[in-house]
Design a protein around this ligand. Structure first.
Ligand code: 1CP
Length: 365
């Protein structure tokens, strides 16, 4: 497997709060970033999107880099996340996915039966097919000039499998879940195929310059404890273990990893022991409960994204309460899910500034 961009010199990092918090080291203030911070709530994002198709943006390193930097220019964030989408992996195995305005991601020909798996590319060369993501990461690392660390990411196997079978978003994911009950063997095969690709993809992102990785298991909640343990968790664990091994074999320093399994409150204990330095929480979990069940990791989260509709004064109060409940150490402030298109960027600024102000005060007091 060819290794692109290894050993590149990047500008020195000026703000390492996120990396220190992820490593469990002491921080003078709580780092903060927002899932989906590069996106539709920003007018400058719409400006780029009015001229380019969604996946064209993902595939053009200069455009992906520009959108990654947009929230960093405007807001006092402690991290950037590379602009891309989790659905570039289904595309890499040969599936056609388009971003339909007003509808979201739409697959031309979703998997209907396990027999359709024969149409998927089995030996994808990730370094060729997804090279555009690696190039975007390298370019962004340079353009960031060390201001904040760059987060790389991937969808987790179950969440990708769910989209590949449903053909887009779904309320129940019943078509994908049906596979788990009717075709468990083939489901494991598909999940393993995706796991192998994700490992290569995330190792490639680190080689290209990603300084921390987040795995998005956005549709964990619909599985429930039994199927989550049987189908999702083993892949999640395999990914953290194999990435650490692969990086070590290549002489590359390991990077911290974040697992975000949305609505998987039932699996907090297991997630805390799954080989990730950080467990990200959605807003339905009580911080103190998560600390009890996952005491050895850094926690990330978990303000309800809808809280950003409240006044700036209310946001400041809710943020202070959240910081009190998590404490200021081994903690990364974030939302419990992503930004919504109708969010006011000034309200995200109020959240970020409140995290900084209150956590500094709490650390001094
Ligand atoms: O028309 C547009 O411009 C599309 C809007 C959009 C954007 C801005 C989509 C479509 N994806 C993205 C970017 C994106 N997606 C990022 C960028 C970096 C950042 O966070 O700022 C990231 C990390 C993702 C990851 C992603 N894509 C997830 C996991 C996170 C989550 O929200 O749970 C998921 C589930 C997707 C699929 C997807 N892509 C886009 C949409 C609308 C969806 C959800 C589809 C659905 O289930 O209904």
């Amino acid at each position: 497997m060819a290794a692109p961009y290894t050993g590149q010199a990047f500008p020195p990092l000026k703000n390492d709060l996120l990396l220190r918090a992820a490593a469990g080291e002491k921080t003078e203030r709580v780092p903060v970033w927002a899932m989906r911070q590069a996106g539709r709530y920003l007018p400058e994002f719409h400006e780029v999107r009015s001229k380019h198709d969604f996946f064209e943006v993902c595939q053009t390193p200069e455009l992906a880099c520009e959108i990654t930097l947009q929230p960093i220019r405007r807001l006092d964030l402690d991290a950037a996340i590379i602009f891309s989408d989790i659905l570039v992996i289904p595309q890499a195995v040969g599936m056609k996915v388009e971003m339909v305005p007003g509808k979201g991601p739409t697959f031309d020909d979703p998997l209907k039966t396990p027999d359709d798996m024969k149409n998927l590319k089995k030996d994808v060369n990730v370094y060729e097919t997804l090279n555009y993501v690696f190039e975007a990461i390298t370019l962004t690392r340079h353009k960031l000039e060390g201001k904040v660390p760059l987060i790389g990411f991937s969808g987790a196997p179950w969440t990708l499998m769910a989209y590949m079978i449903e053909g887009g978003g779904s309320n129940t994911f019943s078509k994908a879940k049906k596979w788990l009950y009717v075709h468990p063997e083939e489901s494991h095969q598909l999940l393993q195929l995706l796991t192998d690709i994700i490992v290569q993809y995330l190792v490639g992102q680190v080689q290209a310059g990603a300084q921390i990785l987040q795995l998005f298991e956005s549709h964990a909640g619909c599985l429930g404890p039994g199927n989550f343990s049987k189908f999702a968790l083993p892949c999640i664990k395999q990914i953290s273990k194999r990435i650490k091994e692969e990086l070590s074999v290549r002489g590359i320093k390991p990077v911290p990893m974040i697992i975000f399994a949305k609505d998987a409150h039932f699996a907090l204990e297991e997630l805390g022991e799954s080989g990730y330095e950080v467990v990200a929480l959605d807003w339905t979990v009580k911080p103190k409960h998560a600390r009890r069940l996952a005491p050895n990791v850094t926690l990330q989260g978990n303000l309800d994204p809808c809280a950003l509709y409240a006044s700036e004064e209310e946001i400041s109060k809710m943020t202070k309460e959240m910081l009190k409940n998590f404490g200021t150490q081994k903690y990364i402030a974030n939302l419990g899910h992503g930004m919504y298109p109708d969010h006011n960027p000034d309200h995200l600024a109020a959240f970020i500034n409140s995290v900084h102000r209150h956590s500094e005060q709490m650390n001094q007091g």
